[in-house]
Design a protein around this ligand. Sequence first.
Ligand code: GUN
Length: 287
Amino acid sequence: MTIINGKQIAQDLRKNIKQQVAQLNLKPGLRKPGLAVILVGDDPASKVYVRNKDNACREVGFYAEKINKPADITQVELLAEVEQLNEDSNIDGILVQLPLPAHLDANQIIEAINPAKDVDGFHSENIGKLMQNKPHLRPCTPKGVMTMLATIGIDLMGKDCVVVGASNIVGRPMAMELLNARATVTICNSKTTNLSDKLKNADVIVVAVGIPKFIKGKWIKKGAIVIDVGINRIEENGNFKLVGDVDFNSAEKVAGWITPVPGGVGPMTIATLLENTLTAYQAKEKK
Ligand code: GUN
């Protein structure tokens, strides 16, 4: 069994992006890639994610704007903020941190982002392109998982892959990524009956349901690749700790490869956001 070191793979990717940015800046008159991150309200987890994204941008030499808005901002005000960033020539990427407060219509906000600046890859135009296997900006977490699998040298063609979870952010685009790599894909969710039956022949399992230790080692085929997207904060013996959606202790005994939590998929998401921002910048500068 090998633990997939997402932290290391992400660090290498970030180093590569930093080098590409350094090369851009050698040419006079060129502006830096720019990312704007909007945070609405003060959810503690979202605040940490946004701070990490902002810091990662600066570290690779991007221009970064962190925009904090109060939890009671109106839909119209938030749409106006997005519109302003759509028009801002220093901004290549716009990210609205999710979830948004319940009174806001997240889907309408996402659709208001210029698809060319949609570095999350959530706009229907970018999701549509992914579905047609003509992707441009691809959702960060699934794309980061694909980078991980490529880095450890997995050829997905013809492999049996099971995605557990069907969210717009992870499960659905993840299934499309695997299909685009010519794998055979089964999409399950936390309510799937006889989930262990679906998993038992899987060569690759990707889990994103947000339920701590949901997938048990005894459901997994010997030698399978197990990718755990979950990040759950739980209390165990009086201490808080982060665990994934996979029961790591039992799964590591049967898996061929497995991602840890933390230090697996998480760091890949931010590194991929930087990659997408550079892609958006390059597409814009080429025009
Ligand atoms: N919330 C959890 N994951 C994500 C993500 O990838 N992008 C955004 N914008 N919000 C998130």
